[in-house]
Design a protein around this ligand. Structure first.
Ligand code: SF4
Ligand code: SF4
Length: 107
């Protein structure tokens, strides 16, 4: 699977479920009955739409061996008008790629 879900950060807002082109994400009730979270029903193809939609960094894009990665994870946040992708390498080192959404399609 290309995404990982941090249930401790998921608020159950459901925003990610509305953008998945394959309708792969469902809200589930946690065992304590108080909090819902998300689960991915099948293997996703890593379009990253859900990761960009989550405002709580509860979703991570997993760069595993199946796509040529080495286990790094990537999260998304908006900061100062920029889209920021934070990559955490397996050893813990972090790198950030900042993209101005106004220029995102020029490459
Ligand atoms: S990465 Fe894309 S295909 Fe995979 S669960 Fe998220 S929105 Fe769906
Ligand atoms: S957008 Fe984030 S916080 Fe909201 S349901 Fe999806 S994973 Fe949870």
């Amino acid at each position: 699977m290309s995404i990982r879900i941090d249930k401790s950060k998921c608020t159950g807002c459901g925003a990610c479920t509305r953008v998945c082109p394959g309708n792969l994400l469902q809200l589930t009730e946690e065992k304590d009955g108080k909090k819902s979270s998300i689960r991915c029903s099948r293997d996703c193809w890593g379009c990253c739409s859900c990761i960009k939609e989550c405002r709580f960094q509860a979703l991570q894009f997993f760069l595993g061996a199946d796509i040529g990665g080495q286990g790094a994870v990537m999260t998304f946040k908006k900061a100062g008008g920029l889209n920021e992708w934070e990559i955490t390498l397996p050893a813990g080192e972090k790198k950030t790629i900042a993209v101005d959404p106004k220029n995102a399609n020029q490459y």
